[in-house]
Design a protein around this ligand. Structure first.
Ligand code: A3P
Length: 272
């Protein structure tokens, strides 16, 4: 007589799988994995490993399928997942609202020009024959007309995607993380995220060690231990050299969208 949505009991009867309280909805290549790995160090956070892609790819499977993807948690813990494609997928905001009107939404953002090059570097790492970045970002072999049909360019028009989310959720339900500051000052960004999630401040700058050879902060999960955890080599890839004229043109392209985004979310990210 149990309904599909009753909690699945584990061997430890205090732990159940719960739909997420918070979702890192994006943005791809802005530091979403780093944020999730740092947050899961908090004892009151339980997070999925892989990206569930429920709201964009597996929605027909239903909420019970989604819940089963979640880790076991006790009543003091919150459940978090991250799927960066949610931010840019049309139907997702409405579907998320349909699950919960109270879910907290976290968006990591980064200079869209750097984001685009990072995204390209990821694609190029899997495809040896890929055209140069400049050949894909502009139409007609020029560095004048930006190819706004290229997904890598479209993802960075944050204001357009955000406008759509704000039709479904009030601004107060979102928290924005600066991808740049997540690298430069991870403790500070983590403190703000923990506050937003209503968690005690456990993860602070004491948990981070800057790894000079990787060029990124790594996390100490246990302050009493010397062990540090760095993200794998698929994070922090070498970026290709991009023609400075192309970079300038892309900055000019994104500038008005960035300004609109800052205004929309009430926060200036100081991108050039
Ligand atoms: P690059 O590979 O271009 O440097 P995502 O997880 O959303 O795909 O984002 C990947 C980006 O996270 C990386 O892009 C990297 O710059 C950034 N990042 C932020 N903090 C990091 C950290 N501590 N270790 C490695 N990469 C980190």
């Amino acid at each position: 007589y149990h309904s599909n949505l009753t909690d699945t009991k584990s061997s430890d009867s205090h732990q159940t799988k719960k739909l997420p309280n918070a979702i890192i909805i994006g943005v791809k290549k802005c530091g979403t994995r780093a944020l999730l790995e740092f947050l899961r160090v908090h004892p009151d956070v339980r997070a999925t490993g892989p990206e569930p892609h429920f709201f964009d790819k597996h929605y027909e499977e239903g909420l019970e399928w989604y819940r089963q993807k979640m880790p076991l948690s006790n009543d003091a813990q919150i459940t978090i997942e991250k799927t960066p494609s949610y931010f840019v997928t049309k139907e997702v905001a409405r579907r998320v609202l349909n699950m919960s009107k109270d879910v907290k939404l976290i968006v990591v953002v980064r200079d869209p020009v750097t984001r685009a090059i990072s995204d390209y570097a990821q694609v190029a790492s899997k495809r040896k024959d890929l055209k140069p970045f400049e050949a894909m970002a502009f139409v007609d072999n020029s560095t004048t007309v930006v190819d706004t049909t290229w997904t890598v360019i479209k993802i960075g028009v944050y204001s357009k995607h955000m406008q759509k989310w704000l039709r479904y959720f009030p601004l107060g339900q979102f928290h924005f993380v600066s991808g740049e500051n997540l690298i430069a000052n991870p403790g500070e960004e983590l403190e703000k995220v923990q506050q937003f999630l209503g968690l005690s401040t456990v993860v602070t700058n004491k948990n981070f060690v800057f790894n000079g050879s990787r060029g990124f902060p790594c996390i100490k999960k246990n302050l009493k231990s010397k062990r540090v955890h760095c993200l794998d080599g698929t994070k922090g890839r070498k970026h290709p050299h991009v023609n400075p004229i192309a970079i300038k043109r892309l900055r000019d392209f994104y500038r008005p969208f960035n300004a609109k985004f800052y205004q929309m979310v009430g926060k200036d990210f100081h991108w050039l």
